[in-house]
Ligand binder design. Sequence first.
Ligand code: KE4
Length: 425
Amino acid sequence: MNSQEWFARATAVMPGGVNSPVRAFKAVGGTPPFIASASGAYLQTVEGRRLIDFISSWGAIIYGHADEAVVKAVTDAVVDGTSFGAPSPGEVEVAELITELVPSIEVVRLVNSGTEATMSAARLARGATGRDVIVKFEGCYHGHADAFLVQAGSGGATFGEPNSPGVPAGTVATTRVVTYNDLAAVEQALTPGDVACVIVEPVAGNMGVVPPAEGFLDGLRSLCDKHGALLIFDEVMTGFRVARGGAQERYGITPDLTCLGKIVAGGAAAAAYGGRADLMRLISPDGGVYQAGTLAGNPIAVAAGLATLRKLRVDDALYSDLERRGSHLQSRLEDALAEAGVLGCVQRVGAMLTVFFGVDTVENWEDAARLDTDAFAQYFQAALDGGVMLPPSAYEAMFLTASHTDEVIDRAADILVAAIHGLAS
Ligand code: KE4
C-alpha cells in the first residue's frame, strides 16, 4: 500500500488519521508520507523514497534515527521485560545522569511525556507556593494540559481564554498570558503577588525559533525572585539540544524547576521534571503534591535515554558540530532569501532553526502571527518534492542531528535553496 491508501485507512479510525495533529499536514496540504523506517538523517517512506529529515521526531533525536547505541540498549532491555511497575537500577542511573548534566536539577522524577512533565511542574509550583496563578507566554507551547491550552485574553497581561473546546474557562482563569520577550508585561502579571510560577520556553520553538532577547531570561529570574514566584524552564525541546546542559547552561540562568523530554529518552516515550530538592521533596510520596504514572521510568525508555545521555555526556564534538552545521545551513538559506528577493528571515539557536516568510524578524507571537503561511506551504511542498522532509508547519523548528553531516546539510540546502527561488518565480 502507498501513503494515500494508508492515510485513507488511518482517517477511518483515527482523528485526522494521526496520533498528533501536526502530522496530518493540514497546515501544508497534501497527504503525509507514511514512514516505513528511519536511519541516521533519513526517513524511508512506504513507497521506498528516502527523505532527508528535519523533523527528527520533533527534536527528540540528537544522534540520528536508529542510533546504534540506542538500538542495542533497547534490544538488550526489551528481552528482560517492557515494564516492571517496580523500581529498577536503570531509573536511578538515568536520574543521576540528569542531575549531573543539568546542575539545577538536584532531584528528578521521570514521566511519560512533556505534557506530563510541565503539568506536574505547574502543580508542584502551586503546591509549593500556595498560589494558583501561572504565567505563560503567547506562542509558547507546553503540551496539552488544560491550564496551558489558553490564549491571551483581550488586553495585556489579562487572564487567558481557552483555545480549545473542552477546556473550562475556570481552568484557565488562573493562567495569565503575556508577550514573549516583554519583561514589563511579566512585571505587570506578577505584581498582584498571586503567581505560583512563570513557565517559559527559554528558547521558543513553538512559534518557530524565537531566541530570548538580551536580558530577558535574567529579567525573568529577577522578577520571579522579587515577587515570590518560581521560574520553570520548559526545556522539553531545548534540553540537551542547544547545549549539553540545555538553554540554562547556554544562557547561564538557574531555574527553580526544569521540564525535559524528547532527547532525554533518546526518542523513546519518557520525559522528566526536576529542580531544587526542597521543591521536589514536596512530590508524593515524600510530600503531598500528587503525581504518578504506570509506565514512568519503564526499562525500555530508560535504556534509550541512558544510551543517549551516556553518549552525549562525553561527546566533545557534538555541540560544536551542531553549531557549525546549523550556522552553515542558516547562511545558505539567508543567502537564498536575499538572492531570490524573498522577504523572510532565518532564526536559529544551535541545532534548531526556522525559516520565516513574509517577515524580517520574529520576537514574539504578534510577529509570528504575521508570517506568510502560504509561502511556507509552497516552500514545504517544493522541499518535499526535492527529497527533504521539513516540519509540516510554519510555526515549528527544523532539528539537526549528529547524522546531518556536512554532506547531508549541503545536499539538503541545495534543495531548500531551490525551493526558496521557486517562491520568487
Ligand atoms: P509532549 O507531550 O508532546 O511529549 O511534549 C509537549 C511539549 C512540551 N514543551 C515543549 C517546549 C514542546 O515543544 C512540547 C512538544 N513539542 C511538539 C513540537 N512542537 C510536539 C509535536 C507534536 O505535538 O506532535
